[in-house]
Design a protein around this ligand. Structure first.
Ligand SMILES: Cc1ncc(COP(=O)(O)O)c(C=O)c1O
Length: 420
C-alpha cells in the first residue's frame, strides 16, 4: 500500500512551540529546559542527559529501578500538567472545550509522529489496558474463531481476550515462551505452528512484562499478514524506553501507556489503529471519532494529556535512540555483574537483539522474593519489582534514562550482601 508517511523528522518545531508556551507562562522549571540565554538546543538537552536525575523528585538517594510498573514524571512534565490544570480552572468549560481541547489534539498529532503513524491513526487512551480492551471489544469475532497469544502476557493485554472468549465463544490458543528463551526463530516457529485456518488475531507484547524479552514483532506481524490475520501488539513496556516505529514493525494495532517509560502523567496512553483496518476495529468509545474529546469517549484528564505533550518533548529533546542506548548499556552492565552474585540466575536475554531495558533474575525457592524486595528498599534504598510468582520467583529491574551505573552497581552490591 502506498501512502504519504508522516514527517519523521525530530519534532523540534513542537518542542520549541511548547517551550515557548511554558516560557511565556513563566513556567520553565529547573532542569532540562532551563538553559541560559534562550531556547535549549538538542546539544544542550543531550549534555543535560548525563545528569537528568536532577529533573526527578525521587526520595533522597532512592535508586528507582521499577519504571516498568510506573514511571516517574520529570519536573517539566509535572509543571506542564499543573499549568494546564490552572489554565483549565480559569473557566473550565471555556478552556476545556476550547483552547485546551485543541491543545490535546495537538498532543495527539505529536504522539502520532513520535511512534511513526498518522494523526488519524492514533487515539489517546488512559492506558495500554484500555487500548487493548477497545480493540478486543471492537472486533467482530465469531464463536469458533481463534486468537493466538502467549503464556507471558500481562493481564492488561490478556483480560480482553479472556472476555471475548467467555462472551463470544472465541477460542484462545497459547504459545509458550520459556523464561530463558533466547531464540527469535524458535518463537516465530511456535507461532506459525500454532496458527489454524480459524486464527484471526495474533496478540503479543513487544517487550515481555515477565523477562523483558524483545519479541520479534516485525516477523510476527509479517506472519500474521501472510495468513490474513491481525497483529495486535501490547507495547506497554516499550514506548519511551526504546525506539518504536509502528509502521516499520508492520503491526495493525499497537497499544501503550504514557505513565511507564514515556514518563508522562498517570492515566495516559496511546493506541495505534492502522488506517488499513477501516472499521474492522469499531468499539463503542470510537463511534464519534478518534479526537481527544468525543461524544462517545467523553472527557479525559486534560492536565495529564498536556503533561504527555511535555513528556514526548522531554524524550525527544534527548533523542530516543540515545535513551535506548543508555538503557541497554545499563542492562548489559547489570547482566554481566549479576554473574558474580550467588544464587541469582538471570532469565533475560543477553545483550543482543532480544534484550531490552528490563532484566529479570530468578532466586532459589528458599528465598522469598517479596521479603528480599522489601529489604532492598528499606535497607539499601533500592526499588525493584517482584515478578508475579506464577511466572517465576525473582525480581525485574528496569533501567531508564535517569538511572546511573552507580545505581546498578549499588543493586549488585546489595544483592551480594543479602545473598552471601
Ligand atoms: C505488557 C504489559 N501490558 C499491559 C500492562 C498494563 O499497563 P496499564 O496499567 O498502563 O494499562 C503492563 C503493565 O505493567 C504490561 O507490562
Amino acid at each position: 500500500m502506498s501512502r504519504k508517511m508522516p514527517d519523521q523528522r525530530p519534532a523540534r518545531r513542537d518542542f520549541l512551540a511548547s517551550f515557548g508556551v511554558l516560557a511565556a507562562a513563566g513556567l520553565v522549571p529547573e532542569g532540562i529546559w532551563s538553559q541560559q540565554g534562550g531556547l535549549p538546543t538538542r546539544a544542550d538537552a543531550a549534555r543535560k542527559f548525563v545528569s537528568a536525575s536532577g529533573d526527578f523528585a525521587f526520595a533522597p538517594g532512592l535508586a528507582y529501578l521499577q519504571t516498568g510498573s510506573l514511571g516517574p514524571t520529570p519536573r517539566p512534565v509535572m509543571e506542564r500538567a499543573i499549568a494546564g490544570w490552572k489554565e483549565l480552572e480559569r473557566n473550565p468549560t471555556l478552556y476545556g472545550y476550547g483552547a485546551l481541547e485543541r491543545a490535546m489534539d495537538d498532543v495527539r498529532a505529536k504522539a502520532a509522529r513520535f511512534i511513526g503513524c498518522l494523526t488519524e491513526e492514533l487515539v489517546l487512551t488512559r492506558c495500554t489496558t484500555e487500548g487493548m480492551n477497545w480493540v478486543a471489544q471492537g472486533l467482530t469475532l465469531a464463536a469458533g474463531e481463534r486468537v493466538l497469544t502467549t503464556d507471558q502476557e500481562h493481564p492488561g493485554g490478556r483480560a480482553c481476550w479472556d472476555y471475548v472468549a467467555r462472551r463470544q465463544g472465541v477460542v484462545l490458543d497459547i504459545v509458550v515462551i520459556p523464561p530463558a528463551e533466547n531464540s527469535a526463530a524458535a518463537i516465530i516457529d511456535r507461532f506459525a505452528k500454532a496458527m489454524t485456518p480459524h486464527t484471526r488475531v495474533l496478540s503479543f507484547s513487544h517487550l515481555l512484562s515477565s523477562t523483558g524479552l524483545r519479541m520479534p514483532v516485525a516477523e510476527l506481524s509479517a506472519l500474521a499478514r501472510s495468513r490474513g490475520c491481525l497483529a495486535v501488539v501490547d507495547g506497554a513496556q516499550a514506548v519511551g524506553g526504546v525506539a518504536v516505529d509502528v509502521k516499520a514493525l508492520g503491526c495493525h494495532v499497537y497499544a501503550t501507556s504514557g505513565h511507564k517509560w514515556l514518563l508522562a502523567p498517570p492515566g495516559t496512553g496511546l493506541l495505534y489503529l492502522s488506517d488499513e483496518l477501516g472499521k474492522t476495529v469499531d468499539p463503542i468509545g470510537l463511534q464519534s471519532g478518534r479526537q481527544a474529546y468525543s461524544a462517545s469517549s467523553g472527557v479525559c484528564s486534560i492536565p495529564s494529556v498536556l503533561g504527555l505533550d511535555a513528556a514526548i518533548d522531554y524524550i525527544t529533546a534527548i533523542g530516543i535512540a540515545k535513551v535506548e542506548q543508555h538503557n541497554l548499556a545499563l542492562g548489559a552492565r547489570l547482566h554481566a555483574a549479576l554473574r558474580g552474585v550467588p544464587q541469582v540466575e538471570v532469565m533475560s536475554a543477553a545483550p543482543g537483539p532480544l534484550a531490552s531495558p528490563q532484566l529479570t533474575y530468578r532466586l532459589p525457592v528458599a528465598i522469598d522474593s517479596n521479603t528480599l524486595h522489601i529489604r532492598l528498599r528499606e535497607k539499601h534504598n533500592i526499588q525493584v519489582k517482584v515478578v508475579p510468582t506464577n511466572w517465576l520467583n525473582g525480581h525485574r529491574i528496569s533501567t531508564h534514562l535517569f538511572n546511573t551505573e552507580q545505581e546498578v552497581d549499588r543493586l549488585v552490591s546489595a544483592l551480594k550482601q543479602e545473598l552471601a
